[in-house]
Design a protein around this ligand. Sequence first.
Ligand code: MG
Length: 382
Amino acid sequence: MKKRICILGSTGSIGTQTLDIVRANPDRFEVYALCANRSVELLSEQAQEFHPEVVCIADEQYYEPLKTKLSSLDCKVWAGANAIADVVTFPSVDIVVAAMVGYAGLKPTIEAVKAGKTIALANKETLVVAGEIICELAHKHHAPILPVDSEHSAIFQSLAGETHSEIEKILLTASGGPFLNYSLDQMATVTAAEALKHPNWDMGAKITIDSASMMNKGFEVIEAKWLFGVPVEKIQVLVHPQSIVHSAVQFTDGAVKAQLGAPDMHIPIQYALTYPERIAGDFPRLDLFKTRDLLFQEPDLKRFPNLGLAYEATRRGGNIPCVLNAANEVVNLAFREGKCGFLQMSDIISATMDKIEFIKKPIYEDYVQTDTIARRIANELL
Ligand code: MG
């Protein structure tokens, strides 16, 4: 039986790499639905190639152009956030690849979890914003959440055959991004173009900026907490500029298991799609003879305060991680548009976290409201 896949964010970096895997394994996978934000051109090319049942565009103003382009295809064309939240629940869908960018991924992911779908999760913001709700629902509806993020896939692979009670520590690696060795003075004047040149990974613009500011790693600490049920005090970030050790787990007997590989997202994506099987793939191989040094160092929280803010947000709990995410989405975009300095991003996030009204046990509607208010505050602070 082929697995039928619904891809949220099919035109992005994770989405296109997911389709590479589908293309290479037509006997295993079939695309049921493709959803994108607004890249009509690429979305319609993908639809022509993979013949999904449903094609969805989030931004409704692109509905007519998309419909016209797909007029010769026998598929449903839908638009809007509600349509996307609907399609993930269809009985024919086996796996939902959640690869939308940011907060927009929350609603469809919640709906997919409620429908008991297997989630291949790339959209870490979903767990940052509402990890508690998502995990409760996943448990209740027996919806497995499989990590696509390379670090979390590495932890997940290291945990195969283990029980979570044996975890002493999670060792979460970070490349450190392009500014790893910059001074604070240098960091004050860096531009978006410089931040977008990631040394090891080829990713979308938003996450590349988050990597440069290490907010991505802060989010990944929170993501690991929810995925593996480990308190953040047991999650240690190690800067590892080579991006070869994708992360590791230290067990209570002192043994450490890690997963290594070339920095290529196809491997964790494919593992999530085929889990619990591991199938062949012709992705780049790691040559340990050419891998000379594997270096590890402690992150510098003075130059990368976002990492500290993420720990603080998760310690404060409630709606504060949601604020962290919302403010970060505002400043990340502002930085890319040249409206905010690199270091200023952390100042605004921190100030927004302090100004928001604290909600200890938020329900979904509280997150929606917190997101709106936090964005307004962050925008006012710009
Ligand atoms: Mg990652």
